[in-house]
Design a protein around this ligand. Structure first.
Ligand code: IMP
Ligand code: MG
Length: 213
């Protein structure tokens, strides 16, 4: 059964001085993330009880989320990674390229697919098709963040940490041009950073360009 994702915190904590030039505001703090991941792990444990699971995690954005999530899963599991990158012109995401293939055999297994954020859904749509062809017993998907308003493909995750509005966020594994993955919180990137990177003025929020993934 799909439980509703956690609501975003109403009061945000100040951006640490070190990141104030780049990050507009803290959207989700490290403490809020940790609390939510514990809740997700309880749901996942309940659903996967009795079956050895294969956790398939998408590189590189899931590094922190995955590490925190699996340390709370006290179930037998095996771990593997798939590399997915999207190369596009300018700031628009484009063609999806697999940079690392699965090594474990998932046929007949229970798979937990982990990604950092569900945005248009194009990534998970492709990855799910690829995984299904390997004939696992079932696949459940888990994402830390979900931008439902941006969806293009009809993909839903079974476990969602937080539903967020259409902001471009960084930190806790998520990047802009491969930077900011090491921030311990999820923050909204400052518009100034986009201007510098794209050499153009920011469009209104709704049409905000998506950074290369
Ligand atoms: P989708 O294919 O559009 O659903 O995008 C999924 C991928 O795009 C994620 O795995 C991220 O790598 C990247 N992505 C989407 N939105 C953001 C964001 O706000 N910040 C950082 N990366 C993002
Ligand atoms: Mg990613």
């Amino acid at each position: 059964m799909k439980k509703s994702p956690s609501k975003l915190p109403r009061r945000s904590q100040p951006v640490p001085a070190r990141w104030r030039r780049d990050v507009e505001r803290v959207l989700i703090s490290d403490k809020q993330i940790a609390r939510r991941i514990r809740e997700l792990s309880v749901e996942i444990e309940r659903d996967f009880e009795g079956h050895e699971m294969v956790v398939v995690s998408l590189l590189n954005g899931t590094v922190m989320f995955l590490a925190d999530l699996i340390r709370y899963l006290s179930l037998p599991l095996r771990l593997d990674f798939m590399g997915v990158s999207s190369y596009g012109l300018g700031t628009e995401s484009g063609e999806l390229v697999f940079t690392k293939e699965l090594r474990l055999d998932v046929r007949g297994r229970d798979v937990l697919l982990v990604d950092d954020i569900l945005d248009t859904g194009k990534t998970l749509h492709k990855v799910l098709a690829k995984l299904r062809a390997l004939k696992p017993r079932r696949i459940k998907t888990c994402v830390l963040l979900d931008k439902t308003s941006r969806r293009v493909e009809p993909v839903q995750a079974d476990y969602v940490g937080f539903e967020i509005p259409d902001f471009f966020v960084v930190g806790y594994g998520l990047d802009f041009a491969e930077r900011y993955r090491n921030l311990p919180f999820v923050g909204v990137l400052h518009p100034q950073i986009y201007k510098m990177a794209t050499g153009q003025a920011l469009k209104p929020r709704k049409k905000q360009p998506q950074a290369p993934h």
